[in-house]
Each structure stands twice: as structure tokens, then as C-alpha cells.
Design a protein around this ligand. Structure first.
Ligand code: AMP
Ligand code: GLY
Length: 422
């Protein structure tokens, strides 16, 4: 089989490495992929937003199956294009991807179907939003409606901060058209849990839970990033919480999307806050999370391609999806200064004793050498019997990868380990 994986990050590298384990897979194309994936996939230099060109490539190269992972092409309707070209896909169509593409849509969906989430109001008028925010409890959360590279959420501690966030989004359009509409919502407290799930629109199978570390600096300080590391499973996601999530959130969401004529097939990501009133949805993503995927897929024991095809064919209920009982930790090695400003083009070297998985993200080949080419350069994942040993193995191996200005958080997994001890 020839497989096309669309995207270029560490998440895609994790997907590719897992798909490669299937003996029927002869070739994987990564579009556009990155230089660190060489040896695992053939790179295709096409922009992921150029739907027509991608569909043409897939047809011309007789692709048997495509996996669409990033939010942009999914929200633009990449799956619709590829399916029209006769290429079966893993990923939601455009109608279903709106669950991530519009925060206003997802909030209205949750309200209509009684799915627990933060209280909110939607605004298209800056004055109305400004007046409203003055009456709200602090902190208050301001979100741009559309995609904003994971940066469209501002947690305002004061009215002044809230007002200037509204202005920045609605008037200055710092997130472009994504700020035409904004959502203002109640601040929720509690530990966060990420749950990725496979769903074919009838059956929903949650994967092992995980914990992201979104802030750039140790102790959850500094600016928000795409994610600086992850651990799985997440100790806050107890059997009791999992049962509530299935009943109150996962099944009602699948059902709600069906009722809206937007059946979701693919990986539905539930960003959850475990509040004192129970689990609530912070956000939905229409795709695998990054870097959650880099700890979740290494724990998958079933064959990923078989599970993905069951999602596409609507036979997930008949397919085994098994995860190991081990733990995984992923530490992101980034370029110093990420996410604000950073230098690129430094050679990446790996010592000979390296003994973990490495998933490349911001890397490219230059004159036969692998060099840094982004903020998040790579992720190192270790799997072990306990979370503690997974975390220390990940850090031990991170120490064996070198490039100039390399930076990582030193406390990935610390909060999870403290929670385990309680
Ligand atoms: P999102 O892009 O919606 O995932 O938001 C980014 C991050 O902002 C989340 O991972 C949370 O840490 C935080 N966040 C978003 N919404 C809320 C909320 N209502 N209350 C507290 N924190 C929030
Ligand atoms: N790690 C969060 C996300 O993928 O959106």
C-alpha cells in the first residue's frame, strides 16, 4: 500500500513511524514532511493548503490511503477533495472539522446538547463585548472564533487586559479573520487532561489519556506554546472520571454531530478540565494533538493502519484498539527563544548511545546534514513501566542530542508525578 501523510510536525512523524509497522505498507509520502523524516517517508514539496494540488498528487501517485492530520487542511476540506479524487482518508470532512474550526460553533453545540463546558457569550460587536466583559468575574477568558495557531486564547486577569485583548482581536485583527467573532467565557479551574479518541461516527474509542505542558518555561510560566512536552497516562484521568466523560461528553458529542448532519470520522480530541463540578470541555480539536500523539501512539499495541481504516469504513465496533499499561514521556527540544523569536540553521547531532524514540518537527536537510528549522525542533519519547522511569529516560536521552541554542523544559511530568504520589 502507498500511504500519504499530510503535515510536517512531530505528530506526523509519530503517525508515520506507527504506520510503517504494518507489513502491507510499501511506501509513505509525507507532504510536506521535514528533513528528519527521511528514511521513514518520501518528502513531497506541496503546500498543505493547496487542496487541488494535493488531490492531484494523490491520484497521480496511486495513493491507497491518506491521513490528514493538521487543522488547517482539515478545516479547509482536504478530506472532501481527496475523497472526491477517489482516495480513502483518515480525518473528518469539512462539515465535521468545524468542531475545531469555529469555537462559536462548538460552544453552541455544547449548549444545545447539554455537554458540560464553561459558560460563555459570543460577540461580533466590539462595544458589546467590552461592556459585557466589565460585568464578568475575573479572570475571564477571551477566544478568537477561528483557528489561530493555538494562540487565540487570552486569559485576562484584569478588565483592562480583557478590553485590550478584545480590541487586539476585533479591531487590530491580530489573528486576522479569526477575530471577526469572539467567545468570552468563564475561567475554569482544575487539572487539564487531553483525551484523543478514534471515532467512526457510531463508536467512540478513547485512547490513553495524556497531559500537555503548554507554557514555555518551567513551573508553567512564560508564554503559551504549541506544547513543550507530554506524559501518558494522565493521573488525573481516573476510571471514575473516564466513565463520566464517556457518558456526559464523548457519546453526547458524537450523537450531537450526527444530529447536526456533521458525522465526525477521524481522531476527535477532547481538551478537558477536571473541575470540582466534574469534567468540562475546554476545546475540541478535529485531529491528533501535538505533542500528545508522541506519547499516545508509542503506547498503542494494535495496528494503527487497521484502526484508521476501521474508522474510515465504519467498522470500529469490530476492531480491537489496545494500549499497553506502560507510561510514556515526551520532552520537546526547542530553539532557545521559542515561541517569540529564535535562530535556525544549526546542525543537529545524536550521540551513539541514544536509546529512545525521536520525532522530528522543525528540522531540514542541508548539504547532507540535519539542521534546525523551527521553534519546536524535535521530541524525545521514552516508554517505561512507570511514569517516573519514562520521564528520566526521556531526559537522559534528550541529553544525547545536541544543537546550538537548544532549549527544553526541565519539569515535564513533575506535576503528574506529584499527583501520582497523592
Ligand atoms: P484552547 O486553545 O481553547 O485549548 O486554550 C488554550 C489553553 O487556555 C487551554 O489549554 C487552557 O489551559 C486555557 N483555557 C482555555 N479556556 C479556558 C477556560 N475557560 N478556563 C481556564 N483555562 C482555559
Ligand atoms: N497540544 C495541543 C494541541 O495539539 O492542540
Amino acid at each position: 500500500m502507498k500511504i500519504l501523510v499530510i503535515g510536517s510536525g512531530g505528530r506526523e512523524h509519530a503517525v508515520i513511524k506507527e504506520l510503517k509497522k504494518n507489513k502491507n505498507v510499501e511506501k509513505i509520502y509525507a507532504l510536506p514532511g521535514n528533513g528528519g523524516m527521511k528514511g521513514d517517508a518520501d518528502l513531497v514539496d506541496i503546500n498543505v493548503k493547496d487542496l487541488e494540488k494535493v488531490a492531484f498528487f494523490a491520484k497521480e501517485h496511486a495513493i491507497d490511503y491518506a491521513v490528514v492530520t493538521p487543522d488547517d487542511p482539515l478545516v479547509l476540506g482536504m478530506v472532501d477533495y481527496l475523497e472526491k479524487a477517489g482516495v480513502p482518508c483518515f480525518g473528518p470532512d469539512k462539515k465535521a472539522a468545524v468542531i475545531e474550526g469555529s469555537k462559536a460553533f462548538s460552544k453552541e453545540l455544547m449548549k444545545k446538547y447539554g455537554i458540560p463546558t464553561a459558560k460563555y457569550e459570543i460577540f461580533t460587536d466590539e462595544c458589546a463585548a467590552t461592556e459585557y466583559v466589565k460585568t464578568q468575574k475575573l479572570p475571564v477568558v477571551i477566544k478568537a472564533d477561528g483557528l489561530a495557531l493555538g494562540k487565540g486564547v487570552i486569559i485576562a486577569e484584569s478588565v483592562e487586559e480583557a478590553v485590550s485583548a478584545i480590541k487586539a482581536m476585533m479591531e487590530d485583527r491580530i489573528f486576522g479573520e479569526s477575530g471577526t467573532r469572539i467567545v468570552i467565557e468563564e475561567y475554569l479551574e482544575g487539572p487539564e487532561v487531553s483525551v484523543l479518541s478514534f471515532t467512526d461516527g457510531k463508536t467512540v474509542v478513547p485512547m490513553v489519556s495524556s497531559m500537555d505542558h503548554k507554557r514555555a518555561a518551567d513551573g508553567d510560566n512564560g508564554p503559551n506554546t504549541g506544547g513543550m512536552g507530554t506524559v501518558a497516562p494522565n493521573p488525573y484521568y481516573t476510571a471514575d472520571v473516564a466513565a463520566r466523560c464517556m457518558k456526559e461528553i464523548f457519546l453526547p458529542t458524537i450523537d450531537a454531530m450526527n444530529k447536526e448532519g456533521r458525522t465526525f470520522r477521524g481522531c476527535l480530541y477532547f481538551g478537558l478540565m477536571i473541575t470540582k463540578d466534574g469534567p468540562k470541555v475546554i476545546e475540541y480539536n478535529c485531529r491528533f494533538g501535538d505533542p500528545e500523539t508522541q506519547v499516545v501512539l508509542p503506547l498503542l499495541q494494535s495496528d494503527l493502519l487497521t484502526v484508521m481504516q476501521a474508522v474510515t469504513n465504519g467498522t470500529l465496533d469490530k476492531t480491537e484498539v489496545k494500549f499497553s499499561n506502560k507510561s510514556a514521556a515526551c520532552v520537546i527540544l526547542a530553539s532557545e527563544g521559542y515561541p517569540v523569536s529564535y535562530e535556525k540553521g544549526y546542525e543537529i547531532t545524536v550521540d551513539s548511545g541514544f536509546a529512545a524514540e525521536v520525532f522530528y518537527a522543525g528540522a531540514k536537510e542541508e548539504n547532507g546534514k540535519l539542521v534546525t528549522n523551527g521553534g519546536r525542533v524535535l521530541g524525545v519519547t521514552a516508554v517505561a513501566d512507570t511514569l517516573k522511569s519514562a520521564v528520566s529516560a526521556a531526559y537522559e536521552n534528550v541529553g544525547k542530542i545536541h544543537f546550538k541554542n537548544a532549549y527544553c523544559r526541565k519539569d515535564i511530568g513533575r506535576r503528574a508525578l506529584l499527583a501520582e504520589d497523592k
